[in-house]
Design a protein around this ligand. Structure first.
Ligand SMILES: C[S@@+](CC[C@H](N)C(=O)[O-])C[C@H]1O[C@@H](n2cnc3c(N)ncnc32)[C@H](O)[C@@H]1O
Length: 257
């Protein structure tokens, strides 16, 4: 698969920025992961890394009375989340800012919970784990999702897709080892169910692609890019048993390991 060009990214963002979320996940999974963070303070300080347009940021605001800082390096997503925050009257305790999670300009040991759905891998999982460890207070929790291989020898088209986006993707044991190596205790983990891919992510994506097919009916290049983007949900329906998204909940120990 060739490296995408700028026209690809224009259409990609036209599809993705409009979606309720930019990766698999849903509210039930957020509830389950948050339930594993048993010793959170009443008003936790939360950091949502790689928040996208903030689907999960808004769930978190509904599920906890804490304060939330949500960061993404894609300015258009942050603008959309800022609109949602204002619309929902959450400005007192939820702040969305453009930033690079690889270089967060945030005080060390200042968060009770770091949340990150489908984003930590972007800066290298181990690097991200190390950054999160430094930003968490001792005893603070890290809840994140990450793609993992579930079976050997995936079909070439599935492997090519992940190789482009996440070439270092490992298996469950690789992630569990990385979490422990970076000084966390593992609290629990579970696999995202199929509806978190299909109902909350791929169905809105397919609807958006259909909408844009009308707009770009006479634009051959754009239509081909839409075809290319439409392949991902199709591959998932056929081959989802080869890979998964795992929700991990880990804890920075009270005493530094
Ligand atoms: C797969 S999307 C997930 C978005 C959102 N968490 C969700 O589940 O809907 C990954 C997000 O990470 C963001 N991202 C990637 N690298 C980043 C970085 N270095 N700093 C901040 N955000 C980053 C992308 O812009 C994108 O919004």
């Amino acid at each position: 698969m060739n490296k995408p060009d700028s026209r690809f990214w224009d259409i990609f963002f036209e599809v993705y920025e409009d979606l309720p979320r930019q990766g698999p996940g849903n509210k039930a999974c957020a509830v389950r992961a948050l339930g594993l963070c048993r010793e959170l303070p009443d008003y936790p300080a939360i950091l949502d890394l790689g928040c996208g347009v903030g689907g999960q940021t808004i769930y978190l605001a509904e599920l906890t009375p804490g304060s939330i800082v949500a960061i993404d390096n894609h300015a258009a997503s942050i603008e959309r989340l800022q609109g949602s925050i204002a619309e929902l009257g959450l400005s007192q305790r939820v702040r969305a800012i453009v930033g690079d999670m690889a270089h967060p300009e945030l005080p060390p040991a200042s968060f009770d919970l770091i949340w990150s759905e489908g984003a930590l891998y972007s800066i290298g999982l181990r690097n991200a784990l190390c950054i999160c460890h430094g930003l968490l207070r001792p005893g603070g929790y890290l809840a994140f999702t990450d793609a993992i291989w579930r079976k050997e020898n995936p079909p070439p088209e599935v492997k090519a897709g992940f190789d482009l986006d996440y070439p270092t993707m490992g298996r469950l044991d690789d992630d569990l080892a990385a979490i422990q190596d970076e000084g966390f205790e593992i609290v629990g983990h579970f696999t995202l169910p199929d509806e978190a891919w299909l109902d909350d992510f791929y169905t809105p994506m397919e609807n958006r692609i259909t909408e844009l097919r009308g707009k770009y009916a006479s634009d051959v290049e754009a239509s081909k890019i839409l075809d290319q983007l439409a392949e991902e949900p199709g591959l998932h329906r056929r081959y989802s048993d080869f890979y998964a998204y795992e929700f991990f909940v880990a804890r920075r120990p009270l005493a530094r390991k």
